[in-house]
Design a protein around this ligand. Structure first.
Ligand code: NAD
Ligand code: DAU
Length: 363
């Protein structure tokens, strides 16, 4: 959608939008100034950050169309009245980090499965109200899912009807959430669409993830903990393209359908790290080879032709997007240093303490 186009859904509930991708979706949606109003529901976990929405708050016209509610998507009492007032729900809220799902899976089941269930039940109540004439139409529900539900893809590209073979507690929980969403389309005839995005990068990305962790550590000349042989492959998608594709599926997606959102930029982790070190002017000697992630998926890759047929194409070339991202972290130190204060040290010790003690230079 571009500035001026009238949106199909004008009142949105966007969950998890104090996080990385959801906040981009909100910033970009409100910046179109097309009259869209957004209620954000976010629990403000360690990953939620109101600073990600500061640009909206700084613009009176946009701020007037945003309402922030701190709360849990798994809390039906909070969710129900919010869903009653919107035309569509876009569910970004999730525990999103694979490594944390290995350290502590329970929170992933609560949010990524039970939270989806609570949101769907609230939509089902609204569907009944629409059938009874109490509202014009039932809300659309868009579930933001991930390419990780396909599991590790040794060859070729996953298509939407391929088998789901998730291999981490995170991806198993995400698969559970999206299967539940689809079941509400099949069983209750609800208006449900799902997107499966690939590895996303860009500004406001929490520094626990590969690209921002390595940029921010390298700025401080700290070791970069590369898992295993560093030859795992990921398909990198700029956050503005991921958020744009989700908006496109919200507008145009067919109920009951799932859409892959690939980046079409497959790289090994070593290649990505080399590129960001070059941009920073920092040496490869910062890279440490550390013990691998258990059950580490070797490769993700998706076929994106269904989304292209729906009319969406990505805009940000990887080289440009990565360079701009490195520059963003260089000029926004206050943003990530605030995150790396607080309870960051405990997590970092748990995740990397033993690994870095037993590490070696990458060579
Ligand atoms: P993130 O971790 O940056 O943000 C998650 C947000 O959800 C945070 O603001 C957090 O406070 C909020 N949240 C967590 N639990 C909640 C709960 N119970 N109730 C309400 N809010 C809660 O995540 P992200 O990287 O922006 O990912 C957003 C979505 O996109 C997730 O569903 C994730 O699975 C999916 N996804 C992410 C990527 C990626 O590469 N980052 C790729 C594909 C799909
Ligand atoms: O593919 C989509 C998924 O991408 C999303 O669903 C997840 O929410 C998102 O976190 C991301 O998952 P990954 O596990 O692929 O991202 P992460 O940044 O954690 O890791 C990317 C690759 O880098 C992976 O092969 C593991 C490796 N890695 C990661 C970290 C944090 C390292 O080698 N060292 C590290 O310290």
């Amino acid at each position: 959608m571009s500035e001026g186009d009238a949106p199909r859904f004008r009142r949105l509930l966007v969950t998890g939008a104090a996080g990385f991708i959801g906040s981009c979706f909100v910033r970009d949606s409100l910046a179109r100034r097309d009259g869209t109003t957004i209620v954000v529901l976010d629990k403000l976990t360690y990953a939620g950050n109101l600073a990600n929405l500061a640009a909206v708050e700084a613009d009176p016209e946009q701020a007037a169309r945003l309402r922030f509610v701190e709360g849990d998507i798994a809390d039906a009492a909070v969710v129900a009245p919010l869903v009653a007032d919107v035309d569509a729900v876009v569910n970004f809220a999730a525990e999103s980090h694979v490594d944390r799902s290995i350290l502590d899976p329970a929170a992933f089941l609560r949010t990524d499965v039970m939270g989806v269930h609570v949101l769907l039940e609230a939509c089902r109540i609204e569907q009944a109200r629409a059938a009874g004439g109490d509202r014009a139409a039932a809300p659309r529900f868009l579930q933001v899912s991930t390419d990780e539900v396909y599991g590790s893809v040794e060859h070729g590209e996953s298509r939407e009807d391929d088998r789901l073979e998730p291999r981490s507690p995170y991806s198993a929980a995400k698969a559970g959430g999206e299967l539940l969403a689809r079941s509400y389309f099949v069983t209750f005839g609800m208006d449900v669409v799902t997107t499966r995005g690939s590895n996303t990068y860009g500004p406001y990305h929490h520094p626990e993830k590969l690209i921002p962790l390595f940029i921010t550590n390298a700025i401080d000349d700290q070791p970069l903990p590369l898992y295993g042989d560093g030859l795992q492959q990921r398909d990198w998608l700029h956050v503005a393209d991921h958020a744009g594709a989700i908006g496109h599926v919200l507008e145009h997606g067919v109920a009951g359908e799932t859409y892959n959102v690939p980046g079409n930029n497959e790289r090994t982790n070593s290649e990505v790290v080399a590129a960001l070190l070059e941009r920073l002017g920092k040496p490869w000697s910062l890279v440490r080879r550390v013990e691998d992630r258990p059950g580490h998926d070797r490769r993700y890759a998706m076929d994106g032709s269904k989304l292209v047929a729906l009319g969406w194409t990505n805009r940000v070339p990887f080289g440009e997007g990565l360079a701009a991202t490195v520059d963003w972290y260089r000029t926004n130190e206050a943003w990530w240093r605030a995150i790396k204060a607080g309870d960051w040290d405990d997590y970092y010790r748990r995740q990397y303490g033993g690994r870095l003690a037993g590490s070696r230079e990458a060579g």
